[in-house]
Each structure stands twice: as structure tokens, then as C-alpha cells.
Design a binder for this molecule. Structure first.
Ligand SMILES: [Zn+2]
Length: 278
């Protein structure tokens, strides 16, 4: 637990890695998954803001079939995820708790750094990822939560330590805290070298188009335009979108979220829950 708290705090304190509480962490120990709860901030998360879950019960959910309709599927999935919590747990686990469970490694770290999302939101992101990170799995943009976990269920062999999610972010998995940092640092170094020029000062960043968001976080905090909500998180996430726009010029130019995914995120109860907590 100490290590889980220390790497959560360390990543959460770095604005290049975590904005507005985005990202999540987990630990597996003796058949229990301890995962960040939804809507709290990694930078100052406390032990009681993690949710302890029955690892086996959680993993079993990936083999269930749910209705095709978004609303019914997400409601049933949420009920099953909540039922996999250990007795006495009342917090809502991260929307990606199931995916955390499917990795075999002890520690999992999920982040949305702008530098990484320059790659995942670039038009030629998949091609660049195959060249720069041949060991990583690349997942084309899809619905988060159950759909994402289901897509990856048969591909997460114990050798997989890195998963790049198009228009979303990255997952790292390792047996030790140092192993996670090594994966993260290596990726950031390779990407910085590929981009090959420093991020310009804020007033020289390209302006992002709010009607064409890059990731779910941009929809949750910035809305879909034409103007930015007057909150600190909205300003942070808007600047993040501008940074992604700068970085993705090194990966074929911008590839915004698909329209059907924008619609799904906009109507997703799990995201409006997260926004309310933040
Ligand atoms: Zn995420």
C-alpha cells in the first residue's frame, strides 16, 4: 500500500502527467485489487480513497455478455463492478478497474500525458507507435470501461507491460514501483527525442478546437464549445488540448475523437459522476 500511495502521489504531483485528477493506479495483493476510486485526485489521494475489490470476481465480469444498447450495458456493468467490491467498500472504483484487474502484474499505472497523447491523437499514431514502441499494444479508439477491457481481455499476456490507447492515454504494468517509472521515463524520453523541439511557451501554443476534442477528459472538463467553462480544470484541460495539438504535428497532425465516441462520452453516466466528484 505504501508503494501504491507513493507512486500515485509522485505522478499526481507532476502536471505533465496528471491533470484534474485524471489517471489512476492499482495494486494486486493476495487476490485483492486495490484501485483508485473515481473522481479523486492522485496528487493527494489517501489510503481510504482506494477501493478494495475481489480480483477473481472482477476478472469474471469480462466473460459476461451485456445488451448492445449503451445505457443498459453500462448500468448492468456498473452494478457488477460494484458487486465485486470487498464487504464494507462504498466508494465507486475507477471506470477502468476491470482493465487494471486483467493485467497480471502487481502494479498498474494509467495516465494521459500530453506528450503521449500527441502520439495517440496523431493521424499516423498507430504507425509511429509500431516503430517507436514495438513491444506495446496499440488499441484503436473505443468506448472506455467494459468495451475497452473486453477488447483487451485475450491480448493481455504477462509479457505485455504497455498499452497505448488511441485518443485516450497509456497503461503501464510492472511488478515493482521502479519498474513502472522505468517504463514511463523510457516512453517520455523516446517521444521527446522524436518530437525533437521543446514545447513553446503557453501564449505561442496552437489554439485547440473545442468542437473537436481529442480525449474523453477534454469533453468532460471543456465541454464541446464554442466557449470554455469558467473553471480552473477547464483551463487546465484546454491548455492540455493545445499541447497535444502541438505534439501531434510530429505524428501526422491531429486525429480528434470519433463523433460516435463523443456522443457516448457526452451521455455516459460514469463521466458525469466523475465530473461531479472533481
Ligand atoms: Zn483514462
Amino acid at each position: 500500500m505504501e508503494h501504491l500511495l507513493s507512486f500515485s502521489h509522485r505522478c499526481g504531483a507532476d502536471p505533465d502527467l496528471v491533470l484534474a485528477g485524471g489517471g489512476n493506479t492499482s495494486l494486486k495483493e493476495n487476490g485483492v485489487l486495490t484501485v483508485k476510486s473515481s473522481g479523486c485526485s492522485l496528487a493527494d489521494i489517501r489510503a481510504d480513497q482506494f477501493v478494495r475489490m475481489d480480483l477473481e470476481a472482477l476478472r469474471a465480469i469480462v466473460n459476461k455478455t451485456y445488451p448492445h444498447d449503451d445505457k443498459s450495458r453500462e448500468a448492468l456493468f456498473l452494478a457488477d463492478v460494484n458487486a465485486a467490491r470487498l464487504p464494507g467498500e462504498t466508494r465507486r472504483p475507477s471506470v477502468e478497474a476491470l482493465l487494471h484487474a486483467l493485467f497480471s502484474q502487481r502494479y498498474v499505472l494509467h495516465l494521459h500525458p500530453a506528450l503521449v497523447n500527441g502520439l495517440t491523437c496523431g493521424r499516423f499514431g498507430a504507425r509511429a507507435a509500431a516503430k517507436l514502441f514495438p513491444e506495446a499494444l496499440w488499441v484503436p479508439a473505443c468506448r472506455p470501461g467494459y468495451t475497452l477491457a473486453r477488447l483487451l481481455a485475450d491480448r493481455l499476456t504477462p509479457e505485455v507491460t504497455t498499452v497505448l490507447l488511441q485518443n485516450h492515454g497509456v497503461f503501464f504494468a510492472a511488478e515493482t514501483e521502479d519498474g513502472l517509472y522505468a517504463l514511463l521515463d523510457r516512453m517520455l524520453q523516446i517521444l521527446a527525442a522524436h518530437v525533437g523541439r521543446p514545447l513553446p511557451p503557453e501564449n505561442a501554443l496552437p489554439p485547440a478546437d473545442l468542437s473537436r476534442p481529442f480525449t474523453p477528459d477534454h469533453i468532460v472538463y471543456c465541454g464541446l464549445g464554442p466557449s470554455l467553462p469558467d473553471t480552473e480544470n477547464a483551463r487546465l484541460l484546454y491548455r492540455d488540448a493545445c499541447k497535444i495539438l502541438f505534439y501531434c504535428q510530429s505524428f501526422g497532425g491531429p486525429h480528434p475523437l470519433r463523433r460516435d465516441l463523443i456522443r457516448f462520452i457526452t451521455n455516459w453516466e460514469a463521466e458525469s459522476y466523475r465530473k461531479k466528484q472533481g
